[in-house]
Each structure stands twice: as structure tokens, then as C-alpha cells.
Design a protein around this ligand. Structure first.
Ligand code: 13P
Ligand code: SF4
Length: 312
């Protein structure tokens, strides 16, 4: 590591101590951030860690909805994120007022609303239970049998859960702009080069891509899958940051970035807005921080806690 980066990392660790802070990072963060974090994981693991922490400050290296989730379960703690503009196309695809209007227009249906965690606090406040890619099947299986389900905002994850559970759901038509870029053709081209390779894909991918995958799972489960896979070559069809964690934890494997038709790997522009410099600044200034209206926070907390309870 060059000296400047080393100094910056040391300064971050010093500030972390002074602030009594914990650094939580998603699997899609850059390698330098992952290496400095106290915990690196998927949305579910991060939600549990945020709930358990005894630190005064949570520095959340991920996207905005993830930091917001940490605040929902920790109203008295300071939650900061390196870049306030680190959003998510799924969150954007389901604005709270639009969902509110939809539910009002369809009141007679008495929907049981399941919200994928990639959504705003406003949307969380409107739903019955939250899920992540790591527990979506379990959460849908526990939904009341006598009510129709509305699943928001990811139509691809929703379709995959319907396939897995056999439960019919009405799907909000949102998508992740990164995962829908992977195509059958681009994966088949790599498979032609590595015929024995296994394919692991995130459930935010389209059905055409999921059908090519040997395993469809959350980013955390990808780690176990790659470690235990009986072959060396594995094509990893998700955001590029995942490869850093996988290469560390499954060093004997040849992990091949899932390609899109445009480039060899897929970066989430939102996840990549965070840098070590911005992490340093947010710990120093305790800004930008997540602030939530208390009524929204409290209403969003109930479905989130229900999820944590149901996914044990
Ligand atoms: P995971 O919960 O599987 O880490 O997924 C989060 C995400 O944003 C995927 O694009
Ligand atoms: Fe959102 Fe997709 Fe980025 Fe995940 S990869 S944070 S779903 S835009």
C-alpha cells in the first residue's frame, strides 16, 4: 500500500477510535474500504450488525438505503455515510408517494406488502415486512396465506421468489440497473472459454440469466458457495466489488467477473461513490448524517424488526 494511503487508513482508524465508531461495509465497496471495515457483508448481515453494535457512531459504507436502515434500528446513534448521493436504482424505481397512491387505489385488495430492503424509509414505513435477497424466500413463505402479496420494488427478485416458493405475487416493476445488464450471450461467451465453470448469479438478474446459473443467491451466500464449489473456475454474475471479498476468502478459486455486453465487469456507480477520503471526512465532520422524521422511522422499524425476527 502506498504511504499516502497508509496514512489515510491510519487517520481513519484513529478517528474511528476517537469517535467510538464502527465501520460497516457492503460487499460491493472498493477493496481498500472493505479491508478497513469492522464488518463486511450483505444487506441482511449489515442490518443485524447495525442493530447489535454498541458504538456511538456508525460509518456506513454502502448506499443510502443501507445507512438509513441502520438509523431506523438505531434512532439514538449517529449514522454517517461517505457520500449522501450514493443512491440505488431500485430505490428510485419506487417513490414512497407513488406506492402510497397505489395502495390507496387498491385498498379493497388488502395487500400484504413485502418490501425488498433496497427502498426508502418511506416505502419501508408503508409495508408489512421487509426482506433481503438472503431471506426473501423465507419471508414470502411466512406471509399470510389468505392475503394477496404485493412485492416491491424489484420485479426480478420477486419473479425468482415466486419460482422458488410457488406463491403468486403482484410485482412492482423496478429493477437494478447493474444486474439487468448481464445477458445470456455475454455469459455463454465466457462459458465457451471455461466449459467446466460454474455460474453464481444474484437474484436481481433477469430470468434469462438466472436460468444459466448453477446457484442464485445473496452476496453473502456467494462466499460460502465459492469456497465449497468442487471446481476451480466460477463465473460471478454480480457487481464487481464482490470479487475482492471472494478472492480473499476463496483464494484457491479462479473467480471470473460476470461480463455485460458493454464491459468485462459491472460497477454500481452508487456503491463506487464512496472513497477512503470521503470515509475519513465523514468520520471527522460527522457529516453527511442520516436524519429521519421520527414518525417515518418508527413506522419503518416495525417491518424491519419483523424481518429480523422471521429470518432467525
Ligand atoms: P445483497 O443483500 O445480496 O448483498 O444485495 C444488495 C444489493 O444491493 C444487490 O445489488
Ligand atoms: Fe442498487 Fe443495483 Fe447498486 Fe445494488 S447494485 S445498490 S441494487 S443500483
Amino acid at each position: 500500500m502506498p504511504t499516502v494511503e497508509l496514512d489515510l487508513s491510519e487517520a481513519i482508524l484513529r478517528l474511528k477510535k476517537e469517535r467510538n465508531a464502527v465501520i460497516l461495509a457492503h460487499n460491493y465497496q472498493t477493496g481498500d474500504i472493505q479491508d478497513l471495515a469492522d464488518y463486511v457483508g450483505d444487506s441482511l448481515g449489515l442490518a443485524y450488525k447495525a442493530r447489535e453494535t454498541e458504538a456511538d457512531v456508525i460509518a456506513f459504507c454502502g448506499v443510502h438505503f443501507m445507512a438509513e436502515t441502520a438509523k431506523i434500528v438505531n434512532p439514538t446513534k449517529t449514522v454517517v455515510l461517505p457520500d449522501r448521493d450514493a443512491g440505488c436504482s431500485l430505490e428510485e424505481s419506487c417513490p414512497g408517494p407513488e406506492l402510497e397512491a397505489f395502495l390507496e387505489q387498491n385498498k379493497e385488495k388488502n395487500y400484504y406488502v413485502i418490501a425488498y430492503i433496497n427502498c426508502s424509509a418511506h416505502v419501508k414505513a408503508l409495508c408489512d415486512v421487509i426482506c433481503t435477497s438472503g431471506n426473501a424466500i423465507r419471508i414470502v413463505e411466512k406471509a399470510p396465506a389468505d392475503r394477496p402479496i404485493l412485492f416491491v420494488p424489484d420485479a426480478n427478485l420477486g419473479a425468482w421468489v415466486m419460482e422458488q416458493t410457488g406463491r403468486k405475487m403482484d410485482l412492482w416493476q423496478g429493477s437494478c440497473y447493474v444486474h439487468v445488464e448481464f445477458t445470456r450471450d455475454s455469459i455463454n461467451r465466457i462459458k465457451a472459454e471455461f466449459p467446466d465453470a460454474l455460474v453464481v448469479a444474484h437474484p436481481e438478474c433477469t430470468e434469462a440469466v438466472r436460468l444459466l446459473a448453477d446457484e442464485v443467491c445473496s452476496t453473502e451466500k456467494m462466499v460460502t458457495y465459492c469456497k465449497n464449489a468442487p471446481v476451480k473456475n466460477i463465473i460471478v454474475v454480480t457487481e464487481s466489488g464482490m470479487l475482492h471479498r471472494l478472492r480473499k476468502e476463496a483464494p484457491d478459486k479462479n473467480l471470473i467477473a460476470g461480463p455485460t455486453d458493454h464491459c468485462a465487469c459491472a460497477d454500481c456507480k452508487f456503491m463506487k461513490m464512496n472513497t477512503l477520503e470521503k470515509l475519513h471526512d465523514c468520520l471527522e465532520k460527522l457529516e453527511p448524517r442520516v436524519i429521519l422524521p421520527e414518525d417515518i422511522r418508527a413506522r419503518a422499524e416495525a417491518p424491519l424488526l419483523r424481518m429480523l425476527e422471521q429470518s432467525k
